[in-house]
Design a protein. Sequence first.
Length: 274
Amino acid sequence: MAQHLAGIRVALTGPRKSKEMSLLVEKMGGIPLVRPAQGTVFLDDRNIRDGLVSWISDTPDWAVLTTGMGLDALFDMAEDMEVAGQLLDALSESSIAARGYKTVNALRKRKLSPLVRDDDGSTDGLIRELESHDLAGKKVILQLHGETAPKLVNWLQEQGAEVRQVLPYRHVPPEDHELEQLLNEIVNREVDAVAFTSGPQVRFLTAYATSQGKLEQMLQAFREGVVPASVGKVTANAMREEGIEALVVPEEEKMGALIVELGRYYAAAHVDKA
């Protein structure tokens, strides 16, 4: 494998698949630094059960689905509660809006297809595609994953929709000392690139930087040398909202593709300097 990351120090902020990503960085000549910016993701059983009961007993006009993993978690719980058939019926009776190809694939597995889907994998893209639909007075179930989506919720409510939220998972922030180490390495330019794999990682890091009075220092580091990389468009959008413009975003939203694309970025930068 080409040594496009030779000597490059890459901070890996995702807790999932960090070993596999580290190995790929090493194979490309880089130095992986595992720096979790997101804690364990806990399944919120009570929230799911309550959400499913509400969903099935009061079928919404619209089901707005934002993650494939979240939808799979809902069906797993529905199977456990022996109401999976009722959930499928409720979805079949609703207009469906979906964000992201993984959500569309999760629907396809169940022989369902969305009436509306985003145009770029982002919440903004989903809102753009929903704008032509009349949501006034409509009952909307919003399936999220790990964190709230105030922008989407506010927009739906501004359209006159009655919104209920279901969050199958809850993201937990990492220990402060882990964020402190990553933040200091970024500010002191002790890492060359930071690979983000989810929006919560970005938000936890920027919230911690703000609490330490170092947000502008961190943003400046990202503008002036430390390469911010994103696993896909959704995470890149979350980065942009926090003031960080991703310089590396692979076409295929996969962690391996992120590292390969990062290698291409450095290879191209090396050619430009030559």
